[in-house]
Design a protein around this ligand. Structure first.
Ligand SMILES: *[C@@H]1O[C@H](CO)[C@@H](O)[C@H](O)[C@H]1NC(C)=O
Ligand SMILES: *[C@@H]1O[C@H](CO)[C@@H](O)[C@H](O)[C@H]1NC(C)=O
Ligand SMILES: *[C@@H]1O[C@H](CO)[C@@H](O)[C@H](O)[C@H]1NC(C)=O
Ligand SMILES: *[C@@H]1O[C@H](CO)[C@@H](O)[C@H](O)[C@H]1NC(C)=O
Ligand SMILES: *[C@@H]1O[C@H](CO)[C@@H](O)[C@H](O)[C@H]1NC(C)=O
Length: 895
């Protein structure tokens, strides 16, 4: 059998109420009750005991002193005196207290049938001078005394024997009792206890005074002899009875009565073990036959189970789930763990949460021996289960979409309080947490348990954030809940890490624009921070920093930042050069240095006006070459003209300037052959056109080209292009005539007409150009009409012809004519193709509304300059249409 842990039968009585301070506060109003009358205290007579009880509401502080009232005097009941005199007191940790007084205890005014008990309670708190006192007076009658009674209270064992008065019984019938026959009927005549011999089993003899000094109680009343011993006194012994450990007192009392000296043998045995625990139940075993108190022939004639000193009837027992059974050798009491008469208590040994369950059953047995002698036996047996581990559970109740972490921790007993929460950044008391806006709550459940909940938003600074992938945020909240068990103030803790992830990342977005000189970049912050230094902004090969921001014309507001980069800055890339512009690119990358991934990028390509070739009337030419990105190995300072002795005039990191005259440096001269196209750098062709009689010159530089060409999709078919046989435009070639053979320089009469009879419409040529393939967007391309005017660089080729009338009766406004001279595309003096195709983008306008754009009329603004960073624009009110010619075939003159 396992001995009960923490059984409160040790002689050190719990005199100190462990009531928590919080209980003190609750209790203070109650102290207004008139304490002298003992209000709030319940005193009850329970057989041979008087029970005084009060609950925690009455406990004023955590200290209680009890004095016995002895006539006009008060005697402070120390633990030792209480055990000697028949008093016991027990408080649970919250201050619920029961005090038992044996009716045969010291200071009880005893008439053998009525017993008057007077107690004074002093309740106080060591930190406060206030003392609340209660006086309790209680008179109990009890007459059902058996000849012999054994009481096992919490702190002492008591045995009493009825001294038979009057006629002596047949001594043979009571030989074991060695009763004294007192013939004197005067009950006031009492004898004296002279000495006591304890058997340990060695006999130890003391006179009464010595025994009392040793802590034993030995008294006589008018009719009874009472011996009391605290547990674990030197003169008691431990024995097993029917396998149950018992503490046994055996004593012979030398009693001198007027009739003479008698020796009376007394014994008591109280259990100090016999408990079996399971997680669900407590099983208490008592010997069925309690030798040495009664002999084995004695029969049980009464058997009762009680709780907290109160006897229970059969219906109470079954209602509360208790069972009381007698077996061959044992009386067995079964009590479910958690039964209503007990209580749970939290503990935290080594910071681990545990609970115990305590209950104080009472067993009463009446044995009747074969000689008729009765022994009444009563044991109050406080039982506390061993520690039962209740590892606290943490339930992560977070719903990620709500962006709030939600933790439920439980369940605990209601003597547990949450004191603080430790986050990565430190520990905050619950009050501080609430002040920060965290929701920290506790909930008490009807079954006596308590759980705690903590809720706080993902955006709180105690939450850790990480991006496991670019668009996902992983939120984690490691926290430790610091709990405290009241009233003992024992701490323990629970650590958890809550984790949630969300697709909630919005990266910055970049946009860009250009003016004539600069790339302008605007970055709209995402939701990852609104400081440009949240991420690394890489501009080309450089990083934007607070120090260099000024160089980039940096500006910012709450939602955006912007900066500008000159196209000629070193961190741009030159992609292509035309005669009048440079195509440059700026790469911007937003880089997340923590996660080492990009969060946004932009490559902005713009044409910036740049005169790369200048032809002067005096025959001098200047040409600029740039270091293009596609030719990374190009060493500008080693560039030469065709004549390798012609070196650059100026060289910088990314550009060189050549200056030469047309008759030097290997310049070749061609007459009337136009428009070479050259596809690959680093070779760059520079051409100057000189009209022989006039000093009007134009530079044309064609680099590798992929100039974007807008596609215009509507109006197809409404406009028609034909090639006329001669300048009269009376006849035109039919489809069967194509490819149309033409000699170099032979005029080609082009007509574009609108297939409509609506006099309100006017047809305008927006742009016309020639390619060497039927694909209107192919390169090489040569512009013939640009923005409604003949290409000013193409003076020799294109001439817009006025249409005054039409031989076929069409409206002149529906017809546009121009003439070009047959040419081909050549490269390195080789013909690229012997064909050309002519394409036009046209606008069909309302003839009466020449308000804007192309509809102002065919080349209405002769000063129009189209040269700079030309972009295709169609702001016109008119409808757009496209048309193309069939192939014109270059006819070799020799043929
Ligand atoms: C109790 O009172 C009795 C009689 O008044 C007295 O003899 C005895 O000494 C008192 N006991 C104590 C402990 O004061
Ligand atoms: C007590 O009630 C709570 C809430 O209803 C429940 O979670 C818990 O498991 C219960 N505890 C016991 C011991 O029944
Ligand atoms: C948090 O509370 C626990 C339990 O009450 C306690 O042991 C611990 O010292 C407290 N921590 C801090 C930093 O106050
Ligand atoms: C911030 O700057 C951006 C771009 O420069 C602009 O679109 C936006 O309206 C500005 N916002 C405010 C609040 O000024
Ligand atoms: C030709 O004219 C340009 C511009 O007027 C001038 O800069 C250059 O020096 C002249 N070249 C010669 C060789 O005279």
């Amino acid at each position: 059998m396992q001995g009960p842990d923490n059984m409160s039968i040790s002689p050190t009585l719990m005199w100190t109420l462990l009531a928590a301070v919080i209980l003190v506060c609750q209790a203070r109003p109650n102290t207004q009750l008139d304490s002298k009358t003992g209000a709030g205290l319940r005193s009850e007579c329970m057989g041979n005991l008087m029970r005084l009880s009060f609950d925690k509401a009455l406990a004023v502080g955590n200290q209680l002193e009890v004095e016995a009232i002895n006539g006009s005097q008060r005697v402070l009941l120390t633990p030792a005196l209480a055990a000697q005199c028949g008093y016991s007191m027990e408080s649970d940790p919250w201050g619920n207290t029961r005090i038992y007084t044996s009716l045969l205890g010291c200071y009880v005014h005893n008439t053998d049938t009525t017993f008057h008990v007077g107690l004074k309670l002093d309740m106080f708190n060591p930190t406060s001078p206030e003392i609340i006192s209660h006086n309790v007076q209680k008179t109990c009658s009890y007459s059902r005394w058996a000849q012999r009674e054994v009481l096992c209270d919490r702190n002492y064992m008591e045995v009493l024997l009825l001294l038979l008065l009057g006629a002596c019984l047949d001594p043979t019938a009571h030989s074991d009792l060695q009763l004294i026959c007192i013939n004197d009927m005067d009950s006031s005549v009492k004898g004296d206890i002279w000495k006591l011999t304890f058997y340990t089993p060695e006999p130890i003899t003391m006179v009464q005074r010595e025994a009392e000094q040793a802590g034993y109680g030995a008294q006589t009343t008018a009719q009874r002899l009472v011996i009391r011993s605290p547990y674990q006194s030197p003169e008691t012994s431990s024995e097993e009875v029917a396998g149950i450990p018992m503490e046994v007192l055996r004593v012979s009392v030398y009693y001198s009565a007027p009739a003479g000296l008698s020796v009376i043998d007394l014994s008591a045995a109280c259990p100090i073990g016999g408990i079996l625990f399971s997680p669900e139940a407590i099983s208490w075993h008592m010997p069925r036959s309690l030798t040495p108190v009664v002999d084995s022939s004695a029969r049980i004639t009464e058997l009762y189970l009680g709780m907290n000193g109160q006897r229970l009837d059969q219906s109470d027992l079954s209602a509360r789930g208790y069972s009381l059974t007698t077996r061959e050798f044992h009386i067995v009491v079964d009590i479910p763990v958690g039964a209503p008469d007990g209580y749970y208590k939290s503990h935290a040994p080594e910071q681990q949460y545990h609970v115990t369950f305590s209950v104080e059953p009472m067993l009463e047995v009446l044995w009747k021996a074969s000689n008729g002698q009765e022994t009444r036996y009563k044991v109050l047996f406080p039982i506390t289960t061993p520690l039962m581990a209740r590892p606290p559970q943490a339930y992560d109740q977070t719903v990620a979409e709500s962006r709030v972490f939600s933790l439920l921790a439980g369940t605990f007993l209601q003597d547990v309080e949450l004191k603080n929460i430790t986050f990565l950044s430190g520990t905050f008391s619950v009050e501080e947490c609430v002040k920060r806006g965290f929701k920290v709550l506790h909930q008490d459940h009807p079954n006596g348990t308590r759980s705690f909940s903590v809720q706080l938003g993902f955006d709180e600074d105690v939450v850790r954030r990480r991006n496991p992938e670019p668009l996902v945020t992983l939120y984690s909240l490691p926290l430790t809940l610091g709990f405290m068990i009241l009233p003992e103030l024992s701490p323990f803790s629970l650590s958890v890490e809550l984790v949630a992830s969300l697709y909630d990342v919005v990266h910055p977005s970049l946009s860009g624009d250009c003016d004539q000189e600069m790339f302008d970049i605007t970055v709209a912050y995402g939701n990852q921070g609104s400081n440009f230094e949240t991420f690394e902004t890489r501009v080309g090969s450089r990083t934007l920093t607070a120090e260099n921001a000024g160089q980039y014309y940096f500006r910012e507001n709450a939602t955006h930042f912007a900066f500008s980069v000159p196209y000629s800055a070193l961190n741009t890339a030159f992609e292509m050069l035309t005669s009048d512009s440079v195509r440059a690119r700026l790469d911007v990358l937003l880089w997340d240095p923590t996660n080492k991934w990009p969060v946004g990028d932009l490559s902005l390509i713009c044409y910036f006006p740049l005169i790369t070739i200048q032809c002067f009337p005096n025959g001098s030419v200047s040409a600029v070459a740039l270091k293009l990105e596609s030719v990374p190995k190009l060493q500008l300072d080693r560039l030469r003209l065709r004549d390798r002795s012609c070196r650059p005039l100026l060289t910088s990191e990314r550009s060189v300037l050549f200056s030469f005259t047309v008759d030097s440096c290997g310049t070749s001269r061609k007459v009337n052959k136009c428009c070479t196209n050259k596809n690959y750098s680093p070779r760059q062709h520079v051409s100057c056109y000189y009209k022989v009689d006039r000093s009007v010159v134009v530079g044309v530089g064609l680099g590798p080209s992929s100039t974007p060409v807008a596609e215009v999709g509507n109006g197809q078919g409404a406009v028609h292009m034909t090639i006329a046989t001669d300048s009269s435009y009376s006849w035109s070639y039919g489809p069967e005539d194509f490819p149309l053979p033409k000699f170099l320089q032979e005029p080609v009469f082009v007509e574009v007409s609108l297939l409509s009879s609506d006099p309100r419409l006017e047809l305008l040529l927006q742009d016309c150009w020639a390619t060497n393939s039927p694909d209107r967007s192919s390169v090489p391309r040569w512009d013939l009409i640009m923005d409604t005017c003949a290409n000013p660089e193409d003076l020799y080729l294109t001439e817009l012809l006025p249409v005054l009338s039409d031989v076929r009766g069409r409206l002149p406004a529906h017809i546009k004519r121009f003439v070009i001279k047959m040419f081909t595309f050549t490269q390195e003096e080789h013909m690229l193709s012997d064909q050309i195709h002519i394409h036009c983008d046209t606008v069909i306008c309302n003839a009466n509304d020449r308000t804007d754009g192309a509809c102002k009329g065919q080349c209405s603004n002769a000063q129009k300059s189209w040269s700079q960073g030309r972009e295709f624009k169609h702001e016109s009110q008119g409808r757009l249409a496209q048309t193309s010619s069939g192939p014109l075939l270059m006819q070799n003159e020799a043929n």
